[in-house]
Design a protein around this ligand. Sequence first.
Ligand code: ZN
Length: 299
Amino acid sequence: MIQEFGDEHRYDNHFEPYTPAEKDYLLHFTAAGCLARVCHVGGADADAGDSGEVVELPRVADYPRVPTDVTYLFSLGEERFFLALEDRVAAPAGFAYESVNWLRHAEPQHLLFAAATASQLDRWYRDNRFCGRCGAPTELGPSSREIVCPECARIVYPKICPGAICAVVRLADDPADDAIVLTRYAGRTTALWALVAGFTEIGEPLEDTVRREVMEEVGLSVKNLRFYKSQPWSFTDTLMAGFWCEVDGDPTITVDRSELKEARWFRRDEIPLERTGDRASMTGEMIERFRTMGRAAWE
Ligand SMILES: [Zn+2]
């Protein structure tokens, strides 16, 4: 998954008021995406989700004029990442704004994780320049990652929205006939087959998110929920919790057409292979796990 890469790039988001050095990464975002340099290296294996692109992110020394409004973000191993908070910067030669979502398909994975995670923090900083309670301009906390209002003392912490990914399975007498519900979103031309998923509502435990989303999207009751793993998904400010669950009673799917284009049961040998090379998402990992392992996927 997107957050899984070697220990040499271990993620450390402990905040310190560091000042950037020449060799440190200094990221900048606009509505167009993340400042990055993309090189095509060939040897692309599209079936394995490999676009053959290698991405580099800008370091302080790359900038013709170093931005001054800068904050420390996090480290990956020995590499420190900073964020330029200014609306505009003088872009380093060879770098352009690239969609963070598109960068998911490039290498190396730790830099994609850095770009995605930094983009979530960038949104949070930009969305909280003024206090939501009293309207005064805010300031950055000097020693921890918080945004403070000097007028009313309100403190804003980074925004993380929990959600659930729900792998709904149907167990048959013969395990070869076990099946899983895959869905496709409406209104997206390139939508891949996915699992039922949705955000947690206020006041709702994650288990109820699973039951509600499965009922809303495909009209099924579920039982025997088993937590799988969780995954930060910075593209949508989300922390996703993955659950396996079994259909309870009638397996007839009723598709919520306002959200989904289609949804149906797939036996393991019917599952489309379009997700086999999806290294980033827990959805891809869970589908592939069921396809290759069957019931052992959650046992
Ligand atoms: Zn305030």
